[in-house]
Design a protein around this ligand. Structure first.
Ligand code: ADE
Ligand code: ZN
Length: 345
């Protein structure tokens, strides 16, 4: 482990773009399949990994959704999230706001209650045993209807205190943000924070980013780095303090590059960008690995990594007091390692 690797992994950080269903490692997939009596086509870990041949978002999603059939009971959802939280802890995560896709399960007959209670149990255990504050973000699948999203939101209201915000994911093509304007307006009225995926290099990326910023008025944008194409929009995002939850290793799977130039451009302009892992079981990189891969590609300094970690808390949905306490931990960690703090800190 080089010094930068050790520093990147140890740095206290928040994970803000992580799909719990995207943490299903092949070994756990086999264990859950055996427990639930589900036959799988692939028989070995290598055979499963051989199917991870993604060229874009659509080809990734075509592998991602069928794998979820092994998730059946509340215990399965618990095991998935608990395995993730232990890995995240080992890579310096002290706060996690984690996406889950209830419709990927309710659409195949799994009760919403089983999904959310399993995940919640893992979040509570993470606080008790690992000292990680873990929250859930309910994502609507944008390739389903707005009516189904609204019904899911209504079902979620019974679990409001367990869910910090709502998001929008899945296939952006043909499913622009305005399709869900009423659902997000209702979610906001119910007190949820809002975020939406604006995936990389989509048809209409910049229009969708404009809609989420100025029409839906989200609190954060997931990915969203195509915004660099429109300097006026970047200025607006900076003025509003919008967080951009970038995922460099994921980018290199669903596009041709990490998009490191775009992420660095946003970082240097003072936008609230940070680095996350997206679907780490599929892209082979948890959050610390993402920090290292991005730092190597973009030749970042340790001080840049400190700025990314600070941004992760500034863009989080913690209270101001808890954000400040976590940022003080980041600064103490950097100072103890002899790393200069960023000018903006
Ligand atoms: N679901 C899981 N990962 C996703 C991503 N990166 N974009 C859209 N939907 C997703
Ligand atoms: Zn994502």
């Amino acid at each position: 482990m080089t010094d930068l690797t050790a520093f990147a992994h140890g740095l206290p950080k928040a994970e803000l773009h992580l799909h719990l269903e995207g943490t299903l490692e092949p070994e756990l997939k086999f264990a859950l399949a055996a427990r639930n009596g589900i036959p799988l086509t692939e028989k070995t870990v290598d055979e499963v990994k051989a199917t991870y041949d993604f060229t874009d978002l659509t080809s990734f999603l075509a592998v991602y959704y069928p794998a979820m059939q092994v998730l059946q009971t509340a215990d399965d959802f618990f095991d998935l999230a608990w395995a993730y939280l232990q890995r995240a802890h080992a890579q310096g995560v002290v706060h996690a706001e984690m996406f889950f896709d209830p419709q990927a399960h309710t659409s195949r007959g799994v009760p919403f209650a089983d999904v959310v209670t399993g995940y919640r149990r893992a979040a509570v255990r993470a606080q008790d045993e690992l000292g990680i504050s873990a929250e859930l973000i309910l994502c609507f699948l944008r390739d389903f209807s707005a009516e189904y999203a609204m019904a899911t939101l209504m079902e979620a209201l019974a679990y409001k205190s367990w869910i910090v915000g709502v998001g929008l994911d899945s296939d952006e093509r043909g499913n622009p943000p305005e399709k869900f304007a009423a659902v997000f307006a209702r979610a906001k009225a119910e007190g949820f924070f809002l975020t939406m995926h604006c995936d990389i290099d989509q048809v209409g990326s910049i229009d969708n980013i404009r809609t989420v910023l100025t029409g839906i008025e989200v609190d954060r944008i997931d990915h969203g780095t195509n915004i660099v194409e429109d300097p006026a929009l970047v200025a607006l995002a900076i003025e509003k303090g919008i967080g951009f939850t970038t995922c460099p290793v994921s980018n290199s799977f669903v596009t041709e590059q990490m998009k490191s130039d775009e992420i660095v451009a946003l970082l240097r302009q003072g936008a609230r960008v940070m680095v996350n892992s997206d679907d780490p079981a599929y892209f082979g990189a948890y959050i610390g690995d993402n920090y290292v891969a991005f730092a190597e590609k973009a030749e970042l300094s340790a001080t840049d990594l400190v700025q990314l970690a600070i941004n992760s808390f500034e863009a989080s949905w913690l209270t101001a007091g808890r954000r400040a306490a976590y940022i003080a931990r980041v600064e103490d960690f950097a100072t103890a390692a002899g790393v200069p703090l960023p000018a903006r800190a």
